[in-house]
Design a protein around this ligand. Structure first.
Ligand code: CP
Length: 301
């Protein structure tokens, strides 16, 4: 594995290796144990779009493994502002670091970077494209919370059109004999480029009613305001779904709710204290999972 641009870049064995290793690395991720396997290595985090979890968990992962980090979170403080192309920037950064995490608003940007870079490029989210390392931590969380990946019934709810996390996740869940329910307003349905790659076993719905009692897992997403070309289109779907503790009375007691975060209003705060809420643990899991991935990409030479 050289680059991680899409979840399809990872074979089933790669995924299992990352998840198993992430589990072993939990004490290091918590800071209870030392591991300097990436001493002398440099990770560049190049974020052309806002991020809290992806950037900071990658940086923590690198530090916890004894490595160093360079990068930026504000592209307006870089030569991007002077008109430098992404291709030129990647060419430079590949000379300064041993791997690059790139977040960029343009779909396909990570693929472009991977074609130019001589060091591994990890897609930290490319527009409405994919977010493969989020999927790795989602799978890790599912396995830890539910105990298995195979044969689950999963609802993916919210902005399935612009939400890149669900594009990667649906492709990954398809490998585990998952029954998938896509719940979204019609204008935010899962794109055909994603569904055409899925085997039978998925269905689309406008509402959660009737489906909730079947679910082992509900993956909620924010409506991605920043991706709507027309603010009026956003206004028409804003607040379309709110998961509350009351709604969850119809759910299995073992249902787990995941969300890549940040949330706006799609999960009420009264859910946070219930056994269903797994999203803050999910966010932490970004550290051990990204440690495992970085070790796999950088640790052997
Ligand atoms: N889940 C996720 O990608 O969060 P950030 O946008 O904060 O990185």
């Amino acid at each position: 594995m050289d680059h991680v641009v899409t979840i399809q870049d990872l074979a089933n064995d790669d995924i299992v290796s990352v998840l198993d290793r992430a589990r072993e690395l939990l004490p290091v991720a918590h800071g209870d144990k030392r591991n300097d396997v990436l001493a002398g290595k440099i990770l560049a985090t190049c974020f052309f779009e806002p991020s809290t979890r992806t950037r900071l968990s990658f940086e923590t992962a690198m530090h916890r493994l004894g490595g160093n980090v360079i990068g930026f979170a504000d592209p307006s403080a870089t030569s991007h502002l002077k008109g430098e192309t992404l291709a030129d920037a990647v060419r430079m950064v590949a000379g300064y670091a041993d791997a690059i995490v790139l977040r960029h608003p343009q779909e396909g940007s990570a693929q472009l970077a991977a074609e130019i870079s001589e060091v591994p490029v990890i897609n930290g989210g490319d527009g409405a494209g994919q977010h493969p390392t989020q999927t790795l931590l989602d799978l890790f969380t599912i396995r830890e919370e539910v105990g298995k990946l195979e044969g689950l019934t999963v609802g993916l709810l919210g902005d399935l059109r612009y939400g890149r996390t669900v594009h990667s996740l649906a492709a990954a869940l398809a490998r585990y004999d998952t029954t998938m329910h896509f719940i979204a307003p019609k204008s935010l349905a899962m794109p055909r480029r994603v569904t055409t790659e899925l085997p039978d076993g998925w269905s689309a719905h406008a509402a959660l009613d009737g489906i909730l009692p079947e679910l082992d897992l509900l993956y909620v997403t924010r409506i991605q305001k920043e991706r709507f070309p027309d603010p009026e289109d956003y206004a028409r779907v804003a607040g379309a779904y709110t998961i509350s503790a009351e709604i969850l009375r119809d759910a299995k007691p073992t249902l787990r709710i995941l969300h890549p975060l940040p949330r706006v209003d799609e999960i009420a705060t009264d859910v946070d204290g219930t056994d269903h809420a797994a999203y803050f643990r999910q966010a932490f899991n970004g550290v051990p999972v990204r440690m495992a991935l970085l070790e796999m990409l950088l640790g052997s030479d």
